[in-house]
Ligand binder design. Structure first.
Ligand SMILES: [Fe+2]
Ligand SMILES: [Fe+2]
Length: 139
């Protein structure tokens, strides 16, 4: 595993966070019906969390001497005002995010940077919690 392979993985994670920011901000604006009361706040909290995650990953890329992407991951953000479609899209996004970080942690472990490992593990656990929360919301 070279540093450039680690940087590619981190940039992939960063691009997914940038996409998550755009998706959740969009859904907070468009969510309609009675569930808007709770979900607009929920989606806005996810925007804030994704901004924090992006900052953590960006700092990791800087620390490793890489160039952080400013482009979001290109997977389509499904436009809808239907909360159930939004939750299903959010579930897919959180699953991908958790898988991405699960793949990154062993790479960071190999280079022996425990500070970076700890920071990214916190993000990984956040994603796992989001997956579980969405699983419950979709029941
Ligand atoms: Fe995230
Ligand atoms: Fe997330």
């Amino acid at each position: 595993m070279t540093d450039s392979e680690i940087l590619d993985s981190l940039n992939k994670a960063l691009a997914w966070e940038l996409r998550a920011i755009a998706m959740y901000a969009h859904y907070a604006a468009y969510v309609s019906g009675i569930h808007r009361i709770n979900l607009a706040t929920h989606f806005n909290n996810e925007v804030t969390e994704s901004i924090t995650h992006a900052a953590t990953v960006r700092s990791a890329i800087v620390k490793l001497g890489g160039k952080a992407t400013t482009d979001r991951e290109s997977t389509e953000i499904v436009h809808t005002s239907d909360y159930s479609v939004m939750l299903k899209e959010a579930y897919k996004t959180e699953m991908t995010a958790s898988e991405t970080y699960r793949g990154i942690l062993p790479l960071i472990e190999k280079i022996g940077d425990s500070e970076l490992y700890d920071a990214l593990e916190v993000v990984y656990f956040d994603e796992l919690r989001s997956v579980e929360e969405l699983r419950m919301m979709l029941m």
